[in-house]
Design a protein around this ligand. Sequence first.
Ligand SMILES: [Zn+2]
Ligand SMILES: [Zn+2]
Length: 185
Amino acid sequence: MFKLTSVGEELDVFIAKVCLVALFFLIIGDCISTFFYHVPEHVFGKFHTLVHHGKNRSFVHYAVLTRNPLVLLDGFLGALPYFIFVPWLWNISPLGTILGLILGELHVVWRHVSIIKWKTPKPIKLLCRIFCITTPERHWLHHKNAKLAYGDIFTFFDRPARLWLNFLIFLKIKYKYKRKIGVSK
Ligand SMILES: [Zn+2]
Ligand SMILES: [Zn+2]
């Protein structure tokens, strides 16, 4: 009896570890990818906008299922923040890390299905709203207007990301203006 209980408890801990590691992997990856790559790229770079926000792109292109090296590079740079944590999370739960990787990859594909005229069913939309998960419709808003709908996976990154975006735009304008009028500091 005692043994059964302890096996049950071990299984609970194992499952909790898997779920928490997968969740942490996705949250920290999305956070770093949004604040250190995605938003700064929109302000200071052109690469992400050219590769990911252009017109006449296909689903394969957006879902990074293509062999085009530029698309793969943008996908890789966006995904790099997720991989930073793999060795550390792997020590806690290899299965949780693999689950996080798979879920992250599936979400990349899913959030780009709008282009093939997908409409998210209402119950799934409701679940996504409850758990703050970005739906394809919401991500498509970002594709159409780069000032909207940040947070590739989680919607709670949207507001701070837009504040960060506005701050970086402000810095860029200020720096350019100072350079124009010849002020060094
Ligand atoms: Zn996208
Ligand atoms: Zn973008």
